[in-house]
Design a protein around this ligand. Structure first.
Ligand SMILES: *Cc1c(COP(=O)(O)O)cnc(C)c1O
Length: 330
């Protein structure tokens, strides 16, 4: 399948596009003993790629419904989310403003060059200012709290974002070519994991944390699972695992979030990971970037020796991010 453009802000059209995303079986030599497939969500759109498309769809529809003219969001210099929001703004007629972490660099990253070319206005803030991005007066202090502004948090991690990922979870259940035992996903904020965990009923969802997060991804995922559940009409439960309450749910989620494969932190690409990357040059293995997907594949290979997984069928969510590969010059 060639990437098609998501060309209208229409939920039905988006869902149809999600249903067309292909599943690709990976050569058995890469993960001996496992039947591994990749769902190629990197192909859902050439620019609004991967999980970011799902986290944005309800945000974009909501922005349009509110009559917003401008979408404001934030991220780092190589952010896949910034890239996707800039593209979506241009595509769907919003002005986009990106609040970028750190001083304005002398030379823009390829991501920021694209964002600017797509028409995004870039506003650089100090790291100290950026740390306040979750606070209520963050936008006001930057002079951005105006009428007609719709704010999307970093990474698209809000309830609308999680609902978009739940749509993905339902599409996976509908379109999976075989019955999977597990679905694996890379975690930054944990919002994508939470959306899949709370919408996929017939197999377990495993998240690989790509940053040194202590319990922050776990807590965030837990928060979104509860939020997603209470947002359902009539207090209806999303599925069996989400019926678990508080502490029990934390314990349950902890088992599904693998925190030992971050390789020292976000964006780290040490030799061991590079060597693993080089070794992945099997025919029929799709392109992956080092920040998210590569750590996921590494974790799956290390974890695939575990008894509970052996002989299993695993689906890897290709959450996109390929534009970010330009930050790695090897
Ligand atoms: C943003 C991103 C993620 C992380 O998604 P979260 O919902 O923040 O956990 C995973 N993979 C890729 C390629 C991404 O760009």
């Amino acid at each position: 399948m060639l990437p098609r453009l998501l060309d209208s802000l229409d939920l039905q059209a988006f869902t149809d596009a999600a249903r067309q995303v292909p599943y690709q079986q990976i050569s058995s030599e890469v993960f001996p003993g496992l039947d591994v497939w990749v769902r190629r969500d990197d192909l859902i759109d050439p620019l609004i790629s991967g999980n970011k498309a799902y986290k944005l769809i309800f945000n974009l529809i909501e922005a349009r419904n509110q009559g917003a003219k401008t979408i404001v969001t934030c991220g780092g210099a190589w952010s896949n989310h910034i890239h996707a929001v800039a593209a979506a703004g241009a595509r769907f007629g919003f002005k986009a403003i990106g609040i970028i972490r750190g001083e304005r660099p002398a030379e823009f990253s390829a991501t920021l060059q694209d964002a600017q070319r797509f028409g995004m206005e870039l506003k650089f803030v100090t790291r100290a200012q950026y740390r306040r991005r979750g606070e209520l007066d963050f936008l006001r202090d930057l002079g951005l709290e105006n009428e007609g502004v719709y704010f999307v948090p970093e990474g698209g991690a809000n309830l609308a974002g999680v609902k978009g990922v739940q749509l993905l979870g339902r599409v996976i259940e509908e379109t999976a070519p075989v019955a999977f035992d597990q679905v694996w996903v890379a975690c930054g904020t944990g919002a994508t994991f939470a959306g899949l965990y709370s919408s996929i009923q017939n197999c377990s969802v495993i998240g690989v944390e790509v940053l040194k997060a202590a319990d922050s991804i776990l807590n965030e995922a837990c928060y979104w699972v509860s939020q997603a559940e209470s947002a359902l009409p009539g207090g209806q439960k999303t599925n069996n695992h989400s019926a678990l309450a508080g502490a029990e749910r934390l314990t349950e989620l902890r088992k599904r979030l693998l925190s030992q494969f971050h390789f020292g932190g976000y964006g780290r690409y040490p030799k061991e990971l590079r060597d693993f990357h080089m070794g992945l040059s099997f025919e029929g293995v799709p392109p992956f970037e080092p920040v998210y997907m590569l750590k996921l594949l590494y974790a799956l290979q290390k974890g695939s020796g575990e008894k509970e997984l052996s002989g299993g069928r695993v689906l890897i969510l290709h959450s996109g991010g390929l534009q970010g590969r330009r930050g790695f010059n090897d």
